[in-house]
Design a protein around this ligand. Structure first.
Ligand SMILES: [Mn+2]
Length: 302
């Protein structure tokens, strides 16, 4: 039955054929399929599997055509554990290995998984380090619904890490604040933040300049992408959508600019919830951003 020309193209494989066993590959990937820190609609635990499933259908290229040739070592997922403390210890331990690569990519999971991931980052990365948090929400509750590891507390936990100065925690895309978070930001004017409206009014180039300036004196950056920073039209598959957000185009510009100009060593994509998605729009948007980030990495790590 095999005819000339009918064979599957070489990218019809995991990560578009970029998968590699090379311990020195440019990228290490780790999935964290956990949504126990969610306050509303679940489903993010399905994201690592769904994202991987879609990758054989993506061309290994940047959006302007440049081929991706870098290697991607996928470490699989951290298997879930009913005991939350033990699970986060496992996530932190597994992440340390993945952080040996020039770029570690973590696939959540809800935004609580960023807590152990950033803890691993704070142990592995050069200090001082910075965090760029892209999100509709600041995630600055000290505790939410009785727990300090809720996905609404991620950046409060980050501020407890050694090596992170509050002026190096930049929040981009915000448009939903609870009073406690609003008060916290007012009490800490050293924390730079850019609302979605400011980003719209000033334009992405100016926002990238401002973020780069605020993080210009760090040795390493952790970029955490909560997909709900995108507008629900661009990312319907997430638990807490907020109108008025970024287009995928805006996010691509932010990620490209940040990867070109800052030492981003780790990135996570969290809050993608495939059961809530429409036609995999949200998963495909996440993958588009990931591949573009990889292209910039490839260009800068030749
Ligand atoms: Mn969020």
């Amino acid at each position: 039955m095999t005819e000339a020309g009918s064979a599957a193209p070489p990218h019809r494989d995991l990560w578009s054929g970029l998968s590699s066993d090379d311990p020195n590959a440019h990228v290490g990937v780790l999935g964290v399929p956990f949504d126990g820190g969610i306050s509303f609609r679940r489903g993010t635990a399905f994201a690592p599997a769904r994202l991987r499933e879609l990758t054989p259908h993506l061309a290994p290229c940047a959006e302007e055509g440049q081929p991706l040739i870098l290697g991607v070592r996928d470490y699989g997922d951290v298997p879930t554990d009913l005991e939350w403390t033990r699970y986060f210890q496992d996530v932190e331990a597994r992440a340390v290995e993945v952080l040996q690569h020039p770029l570690a990519l973590f696939l959540g999971g809800d935004h609580s998984v960023t807590i152990p991931l950033m803890r691993a980052f704070s142990r592995s990365a050069k200090h001082p380090f910075g965090i760029l948090h892209f999100d509709a929400h600041p995630d600055l509750f000290n505790s939410y619904e009785g727990h300090k590891w809720s996905h609404a507390c991620t950046e409060r936990r980050a501020l407890e890490l050694s090596g992170l100065d509050p002026s190096h925690l930049a929040l981009v895309g915000l448009r939903s604040f609870c009073q406690e978070e609003w008060e916290f930001l007012n009490e800490h004017p050293e924390i730079p933040y850019f609302t979605a409206r400011q980003c719209h009014q000033r334009g992405m180039e100016a926002i990238v300049d401002a973020v780069v300036e605020r993080l210009s004196d760090v040795e390493a950056v952790y970029l955490t992408l909560d997909i709900d920073g995108l507008d629900p039209a661009h990312a319907p598959g997430t638990g807490a959508p907020e109108g008025g957000g970024f287009t995928t185009r805006d996010l691509l510009e932010l990620v490209r600019g940040v990867f070109q100009r800052l030492p981003v060593r780790a990135m996570d994509v969290v809050e993608v919830a495939p059961p809530l998605d429409v036609s995999d729009i949200t998963s495909f948007a996440a993958l588009k951003v990931i591949y573009e980030a990889w292209w910039v990495l490839q260009e800068t790590h030749k």
